[in-house]
Design a binder for this molecule. Structure first.
Ligand code: SF4
Length: 430
């Protein structure tokens, strides 16, 4: 595969946009979008994910999600055999049969996602057409949607983005004169979502919906009076779909750490005219708790140099959190895709000495990590062991996606996730 790196500035006139970004195009080392099913199937309790893929896809899902012995699983793979790939059978007919059998056996399924994979895309199996045809047969009992989880040119968090974007057209339309409402966008663990809902209620913001909803059939309504907050930085396609339905994004830091969470809540408070004093009163206890919890990891982390290899798309807001709240020194912040406007406030807070890179060329990036010798490198599973064997401490990026890390009450745990590998290294060195 050919490799290329270019150093570019950005087009918009803000200071952030002028910041040079190293663009990388080369060999990539990331999981594919099917990985998102692992957390999405837990979140949407009446949904089922049917991957149309190969044995490799089935194997990835099984090993990433673990084998569920006692529960009826809410994901499966319709395995395409060689004769499917060779075009010797009609895949659409086969799919109809598989879906028919599944829905007959599982009346609890209310939303079925047909999830595309590399093999289904290579043979150009039209899952949008399949979803439409099957939807006509099974509605209203089951809503059938489709999205792509393929690993071609994507990274693993884009699976969630594609899934949520597929849900947006299904959201009921709010009338243009409906009162202003708030939408939290991005899959959060229920416990974290509940904390945010409690805080919004205390602030006096009552009309709050979540995408995804815990029951995929209970989608919140959307319209020109919807203001939305992104909980995750990897939801570009979903954001675009929401805006085509009239919703407006509230610009804020992402809710990581005391300051990120404050900024995120403040953006909503401002949009809903919450009194400043009331806002401060409501958030003060949580903010103080977060600061106290973060301070426990500070002695371990302050002054330490950290590099991020592009993986989860959480890299930019996490680097900001570590730099501003723990005094870490980001050396390189690599991200698979950089959404400049969603991350503008984040980029402004990352020290100018940090190298920002977008895209992946794994060999070049590893060479830079070896030359930079950061105290900690956040990277994919496959890169961690080789780096550890070279004496570099690492943190698995995917762990940050699977752990509850948003909000005031998780800020201490988030800091601890970075402190732990350094503490382990210190213990081993003694
Ligand atoms: S979708 Fe593609 S990258 Fe993902 S497991 Fe299947 S074949 Fe592999």
């Amino acid at each position: 595969m050919s490799a290329a790196s270019t150093l570019t500035g950005c087009a918009t006139p803000s200071e952030t946009a002028q910041r040079p970004v190293l663009r990388e195009r080369g060999q990539r080392e990331v999981f594919c979008g099917l990985t998102g099913i692992v957390w999405l199937h837990r979140k949407m309790q009446d949904a089922f994910f049917l991957v149309v893929g190969s044995r490799t896809c089935a194997h990835l899902l099984q090993s990433a999600a673990g084998v569920m012995i006692f529960a009826e699983p809410r994901f499966a793979t319709a395995i395409m055999e060689e004769r499917d790939l060779a075009g010797m059978v009609d895949c659409q007919d086969e799919l109809d049969r598989v879906v028919g059998r599944l829905l007959e056996r599982r009346p609890d399924i209310k939303t079925l996602f047909l999830v595309g994979s590399c093999p289904s895309e290579v043979i150009k199996l039209d899952l949008a057409k399949a979803a439409e045809r099957l939807g006509a047969q099974h509605m209203p009992a089951v809503r059938i949607l489709n999205y792509s989880g393929s690993g071609i040119e994507t990274t693993f968090t884009q699976g969630e983005d594609a899934c949520l974007a597929a849900l947006v057209p299904e959201m009921p339309a709010a009338s243009p004169d409906a009162p202003q409402d708030l939408l939290i966008v991005g899959s959060l663990p229920d416990i974290v979502e509940d904390q945010f809902l409690r805080l919004f209620a205390q602030l006096g913001i009552e009309r709050v919906g979540c995408l995804p909803a815990r029951n995929a059939r209970d989608l919140p309504s959307i319209g020109p009076n919807t203001r939305y907050l992104l909980a995750q930085p990897f939801l570009a396609e979903t954001a675009m779909a929401l805006e085509t339905r009239g919703a407006q994004r509230l610009d804020a830091l992402f809710p990581f750490g005391a300051e990120g969470t404050t900024s995120w809540l403040k953006a909503a408070a401002d949009a809903f005219d919450v009194d400043e004093m009331h806002f401060n009163r409501v958030i003060a206890p949580g903010r103080e708790r977060a600061k106290r919890a973060i301070s426990h990891a500070k002695a371990q982390l302050e002054g330490k140099r950290i590099s991020f290899l592009p993986d989860s798309q959480l890299e930019v807001p996490l680097a900001r959190f570590l730099a501003t709240e723990l005094d870490m020194v980001p050396v390189e912040v690599g991200t698979p895709y950089l959404h400049r406007s969603h991350c503008a406030q984040e980029l402004d807070l990352i020290p100018p000495s940090a190298r920002i890179s977008e895209g992946q060329d794994v060999e070049r990036q590893l060479d830079r990590v070896r030359a930079d010798k950061p105290d900690l490198t956040v990277c994919g599973l496959g890169l961690a062991n080789p780096l550890e064997s070279e004496g570099l401490s690492t943190k698995w990026a995917i762990e940050l996606v699977f752990s509850p890390i948003h909000g005031f009450d998780q800020a201490g745990d988030l800091a601890e996730l970075f402190a732990r590998p350094l503490r382990r290294r210190d213990v081993l060195e003694v």
